[in-house]
Design a protein around this ligand. Structure first.
Ligand SMILES: [Zn+2]
Length: 498
């Protein structure tokens, strides 16, 4: 006996069996129950979501003599239902991809005038209708404008934007949605149950995930899985069918990106691409993995939705713990945005590598684009910053603020982040004895006094010859000083000299 593909074997024969499109099925069913069938329908949506299947069921249901007693479903027993699928002359299926000419559309226009043989309607199901030529669309439009009472057109397409507005306005439009993963998983589980196949819950879920909303794709994967596993279908069997290293290489790449291991990032990307993986697909997989990490990091019971085997889930948890939320959001942002960039990229591979490195080298805390621009600007400066600034800024030696500005500029090129953190808290002036006074609140004073006093003294002396005094705004106790020293990690005791 020939092997019948699962997709064919379990193709829905009645509305009740169509999954994930309740909003459409209910409407069509009601139209049959209430005798309110239109003359033209447009079924649009991604491939594998059930457009043609639903069209075939609808075509039989409108002609079935007993549909109303079966809640709008074709009964499967009457003459019309039994004929369907074989030589039912009242249901004409055509593929616009192979018959797109004007002659074919004219032929339809003539033949549709002849009444149906068995049923009430003569049904035309036109698949991939966007492939019709302009002339064919025009001929079809004439038919749709004045259809005979017995004519019923069901136009199916994955690319609704290519259908002329004149045609669209004549049709009742139904948008087929991607089927949720959980619904697909349930569907596959039912098929395996009927086939007597044992399976792990995680295995079925990962098949559904790989199907990405398409019933046809996920059932086809389920079919391939049957051929690799003789006993109980495991999660690892499914991984093998989906491409041995597919999932592992994506997680290895993501780990390298998040750990900022530049060499590993480039190696992983090149390995994946060399083994035949599409760059756009790889980029998409990376964003999906990052999204899984986000769920694990932020949702209490993430595995209820992810449905991963415990070791794979534990691995995600460990990775998620290491990474900050900001960095993760940044990574998702970059990789999701990459999708459209890759379409126009001269070298998609280099574009992907650049994005991966950009994420790897960012902490997620800063705007890397802005930083890039700033670095470029700084690189274009002719000399080092302090020299440049000093040459531009001329210090007024009688003005305390001007001196202080000179000190700041002079130190700005040196790496002293702690000092630059307290600039705004410090005030300067000359007192009546012409001494240069640096006044700071307690915290800033202690930092200056313990860490930077000598540096500041040296810098100030470049701009003024007066004596320099550091003043604390508030009184400092010895215990304050001790605590501050401990905070700075010093084990030497500070000498409270005047
Ligand atoms: Zn019937």
């Amino acid at each position: 006996m020939n092997y019948v593909a699962l997709y064919r074997k379990y193709r829905p024969q009645i509305f009740d069996d169509v999954i994930g499109q309740d909003h459409i099925i209910n409407t069509l069913r009601n139209q049959i129950l209430k005798d309110k069938v239109s003359h033209a329908y447009l079924f649009t949506g991604t491939r594998g979501t059930g457009k043609t299947t639903t069209a075939k069921i609808f075509a039989r249901a409108v002609n079935c003599s007993d549909a109303k007693q079966h809640n709008g479903n074709p009964c499967g027993k009457c003459a019309v239902c039994k004929d369907a699928g074989q030589a039912n002359l009242d249901i004409i299926e055509m593929d616009a991809a192979s018959n797109n000419g004007v002659d074919y559309a004219r032929d339809i226009r003539e033949k549709v005038q002849f009444p149906p043989i068995n049923g009430k309607y003569k049904v035309y199901i036109i698949d991939e209708v966007h492939m019709l030529s302009q002339g064919a669309f025009n001929a079809l439009l004439k038919t749709l404008e004045e259809p005979p009472a017995h004519a019923l057109f069901i136009l199916c397409t994955t690319e609704v934007h290519k259908i002329p507005a004149t045609i669209l306005s004549r049709c009742m439009r139904f948008d087929f949605r991607l089927v949720p993963t959980a619904t697909l998983a349930e569907h596959i589980a039912k098929i395996y149950d009927k086939e007597g196949k044992k399976y792990e819950k995680e295995a079925v879920f990962s098949i559904a995930q790989a199907g990405e909303g398409s019933v046809r794709d996920s059932v086809s994967i389920a079919d391939r899985c049957l051929s690799v596993s003789s006993g109980k279908l495991t999660y690892n069997d499914v991984l093998q069918v989906l491409g041995v290293s597919s999932k592992n290489s994506v997680s290895a790449l993501c780990d390298a990106i998040l750990d900022a291991r530049v060499g590993d990032i480039l190696t992983e990307i090149n390995n994946a691409v060399n083994s035949g993986k599409d760059v756009a697909r790889l980029s998409k997989d990376v964003s999906l993995y990052m999204r899984d990490l986000l769920m694990v990091k932020e949702c209490a019971n993430a595995n209820a939705a992810l449905c991963l085997p415990s070791d794979a889930y534990e691995k995600l948890v460990r990775t998620a713990e290491k990474i900050t939320l900001k960095k993760l959001l940044y990574a998702i942002d970059v990789f999701v945005g990459l999708d459209s960039k890759l379409k126009y990229a001269l070298s998609p591979l280099v574009t992907l590598e650049a994005a991966a490195l950009k994420v790897a080298c960012s902490s997620g805390e800063v705007d890397v684009d802005g930083l890039d621009k700033r670095i470029t600007r700084l690189e274009q400066l002719p000399q080092n910053i302090s020299a440049e600034n000093q040459s531009v800024f001329i210090v007024d030696k009688r003005n305390a603020k001007s001196i202080w500005k000179g000190v700041k500029l002079s130190l700005s090129g040196k790496n002293m982040p702690l000092l630059s953190g307290v600039w705004s808290e410090v005030r300067v002036n000359f007192d009546q004895d012409n001494s240069f006074i640096v006044t700071a609140p307690k915290g800033a004073y202690m930092l200056i006094d313990m860490e930077y006093k000598q540096i500041l003294l040296k810098e100030i002396s470049k701009f003024c010859d007066n004596s320099v005094t550091f003043v604390c705004e508030e009184k400092i106790s010895e215990s304050d000083l001790d605590r501050q020293l401990k905070n700075l990690g010093r084990d030497v005791r500070f000498d409270t000299k005047k």
